[in-house]
Design a protein around this ligand. Structure first.
Ligand SMILES: Nc1ncnc2c1ncn2[C@@H]1O[C@H](COP(=O)(O)OP(=O)(O)OP(=O)(O)O)[C@@H](O)[C@H]1O
Ligand SMILES: O=P(O)(O)OC[C@H]1O[C@H](OP(=O)(O)OP(=O)(O)O)[C@H](O)[C@@H]1O
Ligand SMILES: O=C(O)c1cccnc1
Length: 489
């Protein structure tokens, strides 16, 4: 997928503690016990009502290449403990050398709308392998899901008008720039300014020109004329270097000249000042001059809230250039996804549930091997049921919010439904083909449209019902009770 970036294995792209635990499991003969882990987040980002899953294809790429290369092992052999002796014994390296991803992995496809506590990824693999994947899977899924969600919100505010992702210069490093371009596209952005993302990922790329073009000439008229002469088939003039409305008039002159030569001015870009007022005035000038099709690109610290406000003010912007606040998820720079053990085989090969308690109810995990079933009523989503496949089929009663048991909803089993976690790897073999990015983008759009506007709204959205079935609820309550009792004894 990203051949030059993810070339070879990135098995060491993990936290040291994953390797210390892996070593311990291997030494104590626990490495090969099968375990199930879930990757999920607890809170929706941006105080929003939904999130958009992304990053799976990157995770698939990571897992396909997962192996410890000789130079990885040589590096690990240099590590020392506090007594100066090697941290790991030599034999462990032989074990690591033959390690591949050999487990089952189910995941929710990219572009699917997801909610707190739902496993975006479920791994069932030998304990040692599954544990090693915690950090890289979180790294890959958390950021992409965050940016795809931000992009979906921004595109929602733009009400179907094109959003161009301009964030590379402010993104978190090289991978931040590429990954955010990819995730922004999945979330709905039409194009990116990032040329490498275009080459590597096939995302459409777009670009205008900077203030420096105009500043290099000093005279704006001459600058536009020369730009039009050099690049007659891609002319979006940035009009705000000196006096914005004067700039629009100069762009119109260049537009007439382009027309005389058989070309077409694509539009203008506004990058400062009152974007509502200036875009309305610019639209009027362009229309009066016979350029009703010329686009008005707006940029300058935009995000979903500014775009929504500009729309409410009647701004005549038709293309939205969004950089920093999209590529860096400015108002919430991380999604708090976690990767938690939920079930493990005992010595006899029987599955046992596992739970992590917390003083905060929302942080108490859900045990089992979870699947998510989304129910539909008259074409709209009605609620998501999480159930434990180790306990069999769901019991058909009400779903119960795991963080607030008073919140319940009855979902009639006869409603149309879809199972969200799809098989990706079976015993290490890839059984899933990621769709093209454009299909993921279309999926995001179709998915969001199925949710009620109250769930979609940007400010104070309504909580969408997600819960566990009663069978799982009872088991979880018993486990909480028993574990607390054990602690007290
Ligand atoms: N009519 C408007 N309503 C709400 N927000 C607006 C409106 N016009 C512009 N904005 C936003 O207000 C902020 C303006 O920021 P600021 O005044 O710092 O810069 P600017 O006008 O773009 O000038 P410069 O880039 O030259 O500093 C930006 O986030 C911009 O998107
Ligand atoms: O505002 P963003 O959403 O990040 O969009 C990208 C910004 O990058 C460019 O500006 P530049 O790097 O020259 O910075 P400036 O506009 O802040 O001066 C461009 O003109 C946009 O303003
Ligand atoms: O093409 C543009 O207009 C552009 C690209 C990057 C950042 N700001 C603007």
């Amino acid at each position: 997928m990203l051949p030059t970036v993810y070339q070879g294995s990135l098995a060491l792209l993990t936290d040291l503690y994953q390797l210390t635990m892996a070593y311990g499991y291997w030494k104590r003969q626990r490495a090969d016990r099968l375990a199930t882990f879930h990757l999920f987040f607890r809170k929706l980002p941006f105080q929003g009502g939904y999130a958009v899953a992304a990053g799976l294809e990157l995770a698939i790429d990571y897992l396909r290449h997962f192996r410890f290369a000789d130079d990885d092992l040589s590096y690990l052999a240099t590590l020392r403990g506090n007594d100066g002796r090697p941290l790991f014994e030599e034999e462990f390296f032989d074990y690591l050398a033959q390690l591949r991803f050999n487990g089952d992995l189910e995941a929710i496809p990219e572009g699917t709308v997801v909610f707190p506590n739902e496993p975006l990824v479920r791994v069932t693999a030998p304990l040692l392998v599954a544990q090693l994947l915690e950090t890289p899977l979180l790294n890959l899924i958390n950021f992409s899901t965050l940016i795809a969600t931000k992009s979906a919100r921004i595109c929602q505010a733009a009400q179907g008008e094109p959003v161009l992702e301009f964030g590379l210069r402010r993104a978190q490093g090289i991978d931040g720039g590429l990954t955010s371009a990819r995730a922004a596209y999945i979330g709905g952005a039409s194009a990116t300014s990032n040329v490498l993302a275009g080459k590597l990922l096939g995302i459409p790329i777009k670009g205008t020109h900077a203030h420096s073009w105009v500043m290099a000439y000093g005279d704006e008229r001459e600058a536009f004329a020369d730009y039009a002469a050099a690049m007659p088939n891609n002319c979006v003039f940035l009009v705000d270097t000196y006096d914005t409305l004067e700039g629009v008039r100069h762009a119109i002159e260049a537009g007439h000249e382009l027309r005389r030569r058989g070309h077409k001015m694509v539009g203008i870009r506004l990058d400062s000042g009152d974007l509502a007022y200036l875009s309305i005035e610019a639209r009027r000038l362009l229309d009066e001059a016979g350029f009703p099709d010329a686009a008005i690109v707006g940029s300058s610290d935009l995000d979903e809230h500014v775009i929504q406000s500009l729309k409410q003010q009647g701004a005549k912007i038709s293309v939205w250039g969004v950089g920093t606040r999209l590529a860096t998820a400015y108002d919430q720079p991380a999604l708090g996804g976690v990767f938690k053990l939920a079930a493990i085989q005992n010595e006899a090969g029987e599955w046992e549930h596992r739970i992590k308690l917390s003083e905060q109810r929302v942080k108490t995990t859900i045990p089992g091997r979870l699947q998510v079933r989304r129910y539909f009523k008259e074409g709209h989503v009605a609620g998501d049921l999480m159930y434990d496949e180790l306990l069999g089929e769901p019991d058909g009663g009400a779903i119960i919010d795991p963080s607030d048991p008073l919140r319940r909803k009855k979902l009639k089993p006869e409603l149309e439904s879809e199972t969200l976690l799809k098989p990706i790897f079976e015993q290490g073999e890839l059984v899933y083909q990621s769709p093209p990015l454009a299909e993921m983008q279309a999926r995001t759009q179709a998915e969001i449209a199925r949710f009620h506007p109250s769930v979609r709204r940007l400010l104070n959205p309504h909580g969408y019902p997600v819960g566990i079935d009663q069978k799982l609820y009872r088991l979880r309550e018993e486990m909480i009770h028993e574990t607390r009792q054990m602690e007290e004894e």
